[in-house]
Write a protein that binds this ligand. Structure first.
Ligand code: SF4
Length: 308
């Protein structure tokens, strides 16, 4: 099949079109399923929120990883860990044994200081130049049942917080159920999202006590879109920030400090103040694609943005 996801939630046209087929049977067969992941969600599914120009470069990846979405046996390149607040990982999910295995001996007693790091997908509509996932980007969703299994096991580890990450976590077909399950498992849930999702179901799920959401802007319009390699992403995220704020989401604006973002720091801080939300700038971490693009992002000297 040669199917493309071209739906845009801002567009009032039908959510799904099949521009490369006139085959009525194929269109009928796929009615009610996501044309990318073939999952059970009704269009527009989460993946279909991507705009065609963003989707096309990774079409083949999506089609290639489709089995990972439905097969519980097939692990994808996600990382699940239990970390204490000093930054030490004390347990990591083992995909062979399907449980968390301790990485620290002895395991620290301070259970209230622990948080769980849960990547639920490696998919994302962006291709950021500093993406920590590196080559793991775009290789599939974590199987939903495995995520719920891992969440059940977190009860034994008594974590104070669950951090849901990705990729872009809201693209997981079972995202809302995962969020709800996380909320039942820990007293606080923090979602690291790029703000791409504007679906009412997700916005409502975010606007619950005990859930906080962090969204990055990586500069003003030109620089942000350059960093994400996604035209129009700044405008979309800017709109999302207002949407989430109006919905009462516990929201923080974040940025990663690079040569490109440093000049926008005052404007980003002003935007956060206008929205009356916190603003957090964190240093660039030398991992994933940031390592490959380090000089471009951090300067020839390696000493960081000069304006700092
Ligand atoms: S938004 Fe996050 S997960 Fe997506 S490409 Fe950028 S850094 Fe990677």
């Amino acid at each position: 099949m040669n199917l493309l996801a071209v739906a845009d939630p801002e567009c009032r046209q039908p959510a799904t079109r099949f521009p490369h087929t006139d085959n009525q049977e194929e269109r009928t067969m796929n009615r009610g399923t996501c044309p990318v992941c073939m999952g059970p969600s009704d269009p527009p599914c989460l993946a279909c929120q991507m705009k065609p120009q963003d989707y096309l470069p990774i079409k083949d990846v999506w089609l290639a990883v489709r089995p990972a979405i439905t097969s519980e046996a097939q692990p994808v390149a996600v990382d699940w860990a239990i970390v204490d607040l000093s930054g030490d990982t004390i347990a990591r999910w083992d995909w062979t044994e399907h449980r968390y295995l301790p990485t620290a001996d002895p395991i620290p007693e301070s259970a209230s200081q622990r948080y769980a790091w849960l990547e639920v997908t490696t998919h994302c509509p962006h291709r950021c130049r500093h993406c920590f996932l590196g080559e793991r980007l775009g290789h599939g969703h974590a199987p939903a049942q495995a995520v719920h299994n891992a969440l059940d096991q977190l009860l034994e580890w008594n974590v104070a917080e669950i951090v849901i990450s990705g990729g872009e976590p809201t693209m997981h077909p079972d995202f809302v159920a995962i969020l709800r399950h996380s909320w039942e498992t820990a007293s606080h849930v923090r979602v690291l999202t790029n703000g791409w999702t504007q679906r009412a179901e997700v916005v409502q799920a975010f606007a619950q006590p005990g859930i906080s959401v962090e969204i990055p802007l990586l500069g003003l319009e030109t620089d942000h879109d350059w960093m994400t390699r996604t035209t129009g992403s700044y405008r979309r995220i800017h709109k999302t920030l207002h949407l989430y704020r109006e919905a009462g989401v516990d929201l923080t604006l974040t940025t990663t400090v690079t040569q490109q973002t440093v000049k926008a720091l005052p404007a980003l801080k002003a935007l956060a103040e206008q929205l009356r939300i916190p603003f957090v700038a964190t240093p660039l971490s030398p991992q994933g694609l940031a390592q490959d693009n380090w000089t471009e992002l951090y300067g020839e000297s390696g000493q960081g943005p000069h304006a700092l």
